[in-house]
Design a protein around this ligand. Structure first.
Ligand code: AMP
Length: 212
C-alpha cells in the first residue's frame, strides 16, 4: 500500500503517519524529517536547506524530487510506504506519478485558527522525535520527554511568523494537489479537528475499505 498524507502543517500528518506505519507495517517517509536530519548533521544538503526551512519556504522542487526518487529505490519501500509532506507542489506530484503507483491520498482538514494554536504549542523531543503540545499533550515534566528523558524543543518554523508563511505557501502551492488527486479518484478527506484517536479511526476505516 503506497499512501500520501496531504494537509496543512500542524494537521497531524506526522503523528498519524507514525501510527499507520506501525499498524500496517509500512514505511514512514517524511521529507521534513529527512531535511531536518540533514541540517542537524550539517551535511551539504543541510547547509543548502537550513535557511529556506527556517523561514517556512519550500525547498526547491529539483532537490526534493531527486531526494525522494532516490529514497524510493531502496529495498525497504517494497512493503509499501506513507509519504508525509511530499508531494507539496503540482510538479512534485506529476513527477512522482511518473515513477510510482499511489493507492490513496489522505487529506487532513483543519481550520487556520486551529493550525496556529497547535503549532505554536507543539514541542518535539530532541532525542526520539516524540511530539507533545504544551496544553493538549503536555509531558509529565515540562520541557522533558516522557519516553526518553531528552529535552523538548520548539521548531524554529513552528514560531508564529514562520507558521503564517508556511500556511501561505501551503494555500498557494500545496492546496492545488487536492483537486489534482480528487480528479484521479485517489483523495479521501478526514476531519482532523477532533483528536488523534478520532483521526486514527477515520484513517483506519478508509484503509480497511481500500484493502477489501
Ligand atoms: P514538514 O516537517 O513536512 O512541515 O517540513 C518542514 C520543512 O521542510 C518545510 O517547511 C519545507 O521547508 C521543507 N520540506 C519538507 N517537505 C518538502 C517538500 N515536499 N517540498 C519542499 N520542501 C519541503
Amino acid at each position: 500500500m503506497n499512501l500520501i498524507f496531504l494537509g496543512p502543517p500542524g494537521a497531524g500528518k506526522g503523528t498519524q503517519a507514525k501510527i499507520t506505519s506501525k499498524t500496517y507495517g509500512i514505511l514512514h517517509i517524511s521529507t521534513g524529517d529527512i531535511f531536518r536530519k540533514a541540517v542537524a548533521d550539517r551535511t551539504e544538503l543541510g547547509k543548502q536547506v537550513k535557511e529556506i526551512m527556517e523561514r517556512g519556504d519550500l525547498v526547491p522542487d529539483n532537490l526534493t524530487i531527486s531526494l525522494v526518487k532516490e529514497r524510493l529505490t531502496e529495498d525497504d519501500v517494497k512493503q509499501g510506504y506513507i509519504l508525509d509532506g511530499f508531494p507539496r507542489t503540482v510538479l512534485q506530484a506529476e513527477k512522482l506519478a511518473e515513477f510510482q503507483r499511489i493507492d490513496a491520498v489522505i487529506n487532513f482538514r483543519l481550520s487556520k485558527e486551529e493550525i496556529i494554536r497547535r503549532l505554536s504549542g507543539r514541542r518535539i523531543c530532541s532525542g526520539c522525535g516524540a511530539i507533545y503540545h504544551i496544553t493538549d499533550y503536555p509531558p509529565e515534566v515540562p520541557g522533558i520527554c516522557d519516553k526518553c528523558g531528552e529535552k523538548l524543543y520548539h521548531r524554529e518554523d513552528d514560531k508564529v511568523e514562520a507558521v503564517e508563511k508556511r500556511l501561505e505557501v501551503y494555500n498557494k502551492q500545496t492546496e492545488p494537489l487536492i483537486s489534482f488527486y480528487r480528479k484521479r479518484n485517489l483523495l479521501y478527506d478526514i476531519d482532523s479537528s477532533i483528536n488523534p484517536e478520532n483521526s486514527e479511526q477515520q484513517i483506519m476505516k478508509i484503509l480497511d475499505e481500500i484493502n477489501k
